[in-house]
Design a protein around this ligand. Structure first.
Ligand SMILES: [Zn+2]
Length: 358
């Protein structure tokens, strides 16, 4: 890891770039609104559907190009989780994803000293591309989990909209985890998530991956599942494998053997990933903007997924049944244990948007 702060900024020239990099890093795949998609676009079509299809749960296509049937919703509340940003209607996933989140939330409280999960975006009711924020999350097998622990109370729907993201990075340094914010309980939660055989990979900021490489003293067998990626500094992104029998699901190649604390990580600490795009030659034609993804670009079955009959209600398709669906208005769950690593840091600024790679 020869490239450090000084080296990077010698290369970049200006210290103001620290802010630009920091803002870019801070966003990840939880960004702000982008411009309105055209009516026939896959984003427009899948973003307009409010309920999943009836029938069996099937991921169709690939994580970054597909859709799904038979999704179920993560209940807004459980003993060890709270779903965030409810207005986005992205609590939907394959039952395998939803049950894994519930299990992680329980195991995290039991074994990692993590009081509970704040769960961010999973997928839209029928998956597909989204208006904002993600390239993947399209087949119900990806989910974002905040690095902020669940508070020891039930937040109102408004609080869940407004709670700012907290970056794990130091704002005035290049790719450095903030030692005043990062805790061992976060490290344990990540490794617990990586330990489940069905977890395919977990995206984290390169600085967080490096922190794990430098400090994790436990079993490193699953450390390679933590993959460095832009953003992902205020949340991590869990991707699970295609469930058994999901014939229409396109698997992703497994992560390379080893802990990933190698050249592939060192690359992130070079100027290459952060270099601005080269300016076009003067007089050259401006490049065409990338074409929007249309429904016809997705696997063929996704067009009929859009047309398929919907379930009767959100409650009917909530994982665990209608009683789970009413949890937000029900009595608060038992207070979870406090984070043993100490008091929570103040929340950080709301990050700027940056389109995610994953
Ligand atoms: Zn994500």
């Amino acid at each position: 890891m020869a490239f450090g702060f000084a080296q990077a900024f010698r290369t970049f020239g200006k210290l103001t770039l620290a802010g630009a990099i920091g803002a870019g890093l801070a966003a990840g795949d939880v960004g702000a609104e982008q411009k309105t998609p055209s009516p026939g676009s896959a984003k427009g079509q899948f973003g307009a559907v409010s309920l999943p299809t009836q029938g069996s749960a099937q991921p169709i296509g690939f994580y970054a190009k597909g859709c799904m049937t038979g999704a179920v919703a993560l209940p807004t509340d459980g003993p060890t989780w709270e779903a965030m940003r409810l207005s986005r209607n992205r609590r939907w996933g394959n039952p395998a994803m939803i049950s894994l989140l519930e299990r992680l939330s329980e195991d995290g409280a039991k074994y990692a000293g993590w009081p509970g999960l704040l769960v961010g975006d999973i997928a839209q009711p029928r998956g597909g591309p989204m208006f904002n924020g993600h390239a993947s999350h399209q087949i119900g097998l990806d989910a974002d989990v905040w690095f902020t622990p669940m508070p020891a109370r039930r937040m109102s729907a408004k609080e869940r909209e407004d709670l700012p993201f907290t970056t794990m990075l130091q704002k005035d340094k290049f790719l450095t985890v903030d030692p005043n914010v990062w805790t061992q309980s976060r490290a344990r939660l990540l490794m617990l998530a990586a330990s489940y055989p069905e977890v395919q990979r977990i995206f984290v900021n390169p600085a967080i991956k490096k922190k794990m490489c430098d400090t994790w003293t436990g079993d490193r067998t699953n450390l390679g599942k933590l993959r460095p990626e832009y953003g992902h500094d205020s949340h991590f992104h869990i991707r699970i494998k295609c469930p058994a029998g999901a014939a229409g699901c396109t698997p992703q190649a497994p992560v390379a053997a080893g802990d990933g604390c190698d050249k592939s990580l060192a690359w992130w600490f070079t100027p290459a990933p952060w270099a601005p795009p080269k300016p076009p030659n003067p007089g050259a034609k401006p490049p065409k903007p990338p074409r929007e993804m249309m429904v016809s670009d997705l696997p063929k079955a996704c067009a009929s997924v859009l047309d398929a009959a919907a379930v009767a209600s959100m409650q009917a398709a909530t994982y665990g049944g209608p009683s789970a669906a009413s949890a937000l208005t029900a009595a608060p769950a038992a207070e979870p244990a406090a984070d043993p690593d100490g008091t929570l840091p103040d929340v950080g600024p709301v990050p700027n948007d940056k389109p995610a790679m994953q």
